[in-house]
Write a protein that binds this ligand. Sequence first.
Ligand code: PEP
Ligand code: MG
Length: 552
Amino acid sequence: MLRGVPVVAGVRYAPVIRPGRLPVIDVGAGEASIDESVRPAEAERFVAAAAAVATRLRDRAAHATGAASEVLAATATLAQDRAWLGAAEKRIKDGTPVVQAVVQAVEQFVAMFTQLGGLMAERVADLQDIRDRVVAELSGLPEPGVPLPDIPSILCAEDLAPADTAGLDPKLVVALATTLGGPTSHTAIIARQLGIPCVVAVAGLDVVEVETMVLVDGTLGTVTVSPDPAVAGEAVAAAQREAERAAHWSGPGATADGHAVSIFANVQDGAAARAARETPAEGVGLFRTELCFLNRDTEPTVDEQTDIYAEVLEAFSGAKVVIRTLDAGSDKPLKFAGHPDEANPALGVRGIRIAEGNPGLLDRQLQAIAAAAKRTGTEPWVMAPMIATAEEAESFATQARSHGLIAGVMIEVPAAALLADRILEHVDFLSIGTNDLAQYTMAADRMSAELAALTDPWQPAVLALVAMAVRAGAAAGKPVGVCGEAAADPLLACVLTGLGVTSLSAAAAAIQGVGAKLAQVTLQQCQAAADAVLGAATAADARAAALAALGN
Ligand code: PEP
Ligand code: MG
């Protein structure tokens, strides 16, 4: 049994598939010219290989939806583009060995596309992707990227890039397990979106071969290699019963004995908010506004911002929506925020710290939020990211209130958790960002796969700081929620409830699981789990103690 970090709950038993590796393209040592007699056959072999690649891409496009489907269909069309096919064929007919001809023809078009710039330059990566696929086909190698399995399979990989996962069909790829990656890595985000069980940072996964049967447990964070089929079958069935309970859960958030905990959604734009409205989410606990502007070179105008914020407020009209002001910097730089060059951007000018050098940016955002509130007749709450001191909280609250908004702050820095009582003198609510709180408490980069065990939100030190902030909120009679990934873990959500949080905010795909789990346990069980976790020495002990207290 291999151990990793659990990311999305659920249990699956299926054979392993792996992404094909990129073919090693060795063109330098190839023969200078191929015999005239084989040139027509080689040209035909090339045309057939390009057609096979295009067909497979079209198949994947048909299985995918939305943007992923469009990306795959466009790549399939490019694979059949007459211009580059003709250029490669001509080279083969002139005697260039086939792989060399493919590489040279693609190089020629890459140079051309790059020179044209703009949209054409953006197709360079697609063309190189097609080159790798065609070369793999010609060389009899598995296609690079994720293969389309015939039967439900478990995708195991070192790590997954966005391109690997465009168009993954959750009916055929039923779980993910990776050697690298942390709970906030790209793999984790994709798994959550697809709603499939996922375990990351699994030591020893690399040697598990394709077609081996494995049991992935996204609740415990384990991958069992070649388990007893009967035992595996029972584990899947038990998890299935749990999932059915989750599917039937319709909110609102409460424990079995009726202790209410609001369950909110994390969203990044209007579309995500409308999708979240389809779940029992009672509102939005975290609207990550910076994600709307990652591709922007210039600051969006107040009117543009107003339209975007109004879309989210509209989707949840009549419900609570917490809008976070721009959390720019570190892993989410914004071109227009004027980030300085820094050796350690995660410890640098990010989040609220940007307002110091650029107060207008925050003010214009607050103006837009206030305008969106007026337009939609709603009363959004606003909160600032990366608050470290009571002074910063006070200054933000004053500015937000000057726009008529209800003001809170995120607790993501240990200093803010330690002095939460003093921060609460200035703001109306707190929201704990456990992703950054774990990063800063454990002095471990949240993007580092090697340090995933340290950035685990089950680390008792992180939970001790959460407990401090929650206690301060209770003493002040003000709400304290959790909006980091910790709130998306059904078991940890029960622990957080036991610690006393008043709301949990998670990705839409996680909401049913969290709500259903909470509905099965009593407040007393949650409190017992919270006590046990605070007394644990390691993240694994904390998890085991919570499982025992919550009757699992
Ligand atoms: C967090 O840090 O937990 C959080 C919710 O913010 P983000 O993940 O956007 O940094
Ligand atoms: Mg954060």
